[in-house]
Design a protein around this ligand. Structure first.
Ligand code: GAP
Length: 469
């Protein structure tokens, strides 16, 4: 089999990392449980699963899409809506090919690739443990060569070198190429930021660990332009801002740590980089990074385009190229960290049904702000038409205000359990008292407290509870 055939063969283990986890710990592995829950409850699916999957591409299912969207909304609220100094742009995945020459990605955005001479598996040399092949265990590799991670395509019908274009490997470059346009149109004064959320693409050599390292992923980035000389102060500020955003989404402090890149390992554009790492089930790994990109990118684009990308300081009458601080976040990595952090198993169960069956109950303690479904509406029993009718009315009442779920299948305990598993913070039970008194039971996922609330006050009560810290 040729290497190309091997890569596209459906028998190649798309679930390579799951198989590896099987070998490590078949039952207890948290990662395996998260992957299984994500599939079972509609968060994340293997992309193109019916064709055997496509390696390192993932589909967000109905609940995963809502969760991801909520994370992005929180990010926008924190950094664009609540601040006065950051504007948002939304730009194409394909940019002028000169962009990547100027940015240095064509030359420098590479990883060292080696091939195992025995099984012909290809790996990132710097990811090998004890220089051993992860497939066959042999230690005989071809010499390493630099492999560019950018995906190539052609613009228009002619497939020759003059029509090559690249899928962006970071969203950042548009913030540099649009620097003058954004600054002038919005009359921005330094310091200011240009933000973007969007897809990025990298033809990663080694993939795995679920959505941690994909070939298509989403980034939320800010290029924060500052006066030269003020960059170090703003760098420190942005590391704190970024970390606080993650903590405010509910990630436990003890599961985060900072890692400062060594001078010799910095990216070609960076003067200083700090990663914020998360303690994933497979170990500490980069969740996000903050870099001081100096004036490298604006200077390069000025040089390659012939257009001056500079700032005119009205007060001092000086013209200069700003420095830039770049906090850059992988939305998928954050989502994975949030799932891992929120996942809890309660041995013996906590709802009556699971307690009596001595089952283990899963609760996803997602922050209310990002939980995909905010309220579940449950009739106490299914075989009383008047209860079902009332529950459906309550559901329709809430639907314009919140993402809700209606569930009448199975015992009430089982239904509580199902909604706990997807991290739904509130559940409403419509019971016989509802028919008499017009109130319902409102149950809190975390405290398990139940209170009676009048139907007409439900929207207000839930809105207030969702706003509570
Ligand atoms: N503009 C700077 C930049 O792109 P990076 O450290 O290469 O820097 C930034 O990427 C963030 O993007 C990372 O911290 C990570 O969260 C996310 N990221 C990078 N490669 C990824 C991949 N293959 N899959 C998922 N997320 C990735």
């Amino acid at each position: 089999m040729s290497p190309a055939e091997r890569d596209s063969s459906p028998t190649k283990s798309r679930f390579l990392f799951l198989n590896k986890l099987d070998r490590i710990n078949p039952v207890e592995n948290l990662m395996q449980k998260i992957v299984s829950l994500a599939k079972r409850r509609g968060f994340i699916f293997q992309s193109s699963e019916i064709y055997g999957g496509i390696e390192a591409f993932w589909d967000y299912g109905p609940l995963g899409s809502l969760l991801k969207n909520n994370i992005k909304q929180e990010w926008l609220k924190t950094f664009v809506q609540k601040r006065e100094d950051i504007v948002l742009i939304d730009t194409p995945i394909i940019m002028h090919p000169k962009t990547w020459e100027a940015s240095g990605h064509l030359k420098n955005f590479t990883d060292p690739l080696v091939e195992c001479k025995n099984c012909h598996g290809r790996f990132r040399e710097d990811h090998l443990i004890k220089k051993e092949c992860p497939n066959c265990g042999k230690k005989d590799f071809t010499p390493s060569k630099q492999f560019n991670l950018m995906f190539k395509t052609f613009l228009g019908p002619v497939e020759d070198d003059s029509h090559i274009a690249y899928l962006r490997p970071e969203t950042a470059q548009s913030m540099f190429t649009d620097f003058n346009l954004a600054q002038e149109s919005m009359r921005l004064k330094l310091p200011f930021g240009i933000a973007q959320i969007g897809r990025s693409f990298r033809n990663e050599i080694t993939t795995g660990n679920f959505i941690f390292r994909s070939r298509e992923f989403e980034q939320a980035e800010i290029e924060y332009f500052v006066k030269p000389g003020e960059d170090e102060k703003f760098f420190e500020e942005w590391v704190d801002n970024w970390e606080n955003f993650i903590l405010n989404l509910g990630i436990k402090k003890e599961n985060l740590r900072r890692y400062e890149h060594k001078k010799e390992a910095l990216s070609h554009y960076s003067k200083r980089t700090i990663d914020i790492e998360y303690k994933y089930p497979f170990g500490w790994a980069e969740l996000t990074g903050i870099a001081n990109r100096t004036n490298y990118d604006l200077s390069q684009h000025s040089k390659f385009s012939g257009k001056e990308l500079v700032y005119f300081d009205e007060e001092t009458k000086e013209k200069y190229t700003p420095f830039v601080i770049e906090p850059s976040l992988g939305i998928d990595r954050l989502l994975l960290a949030l799932l891992c952090d929120a996942y809890q198993e309660i041995e013996g169960g906590r709802t009556e049904t699971t307690k009596s069956a001595k089952e283990t109950e899963i609760v996803l303690k997602l922050n209310k702000k990002i939980a995909p479904v905010k309220v579940a509406v449950l009739p106490l029993v299914k075989n009383k038409p008047e209860l079902v009718k009332k529950a459906k009315e309550v559901y329709q009442l809430l639907k314009p205000h919140f993402i809700c779920q209606y569930d009448e299948v199975g015992s009430i305990g089982r239904r509580y359990r199902r909604i706990d598993e997807i991290g739904c913070p509130f559940a409403i039970t419509v019971d016989f008292e509802t028919l008499e008194k017009g109130d319902v039971t409102l149950r809190n996922r975390d405290t398990m407290k139940q209170e009676r609330v009048k139907v007409e006050e439900l929207v207000k009560a839930i809105k207030e509870k969702l706003e509570e810290e």
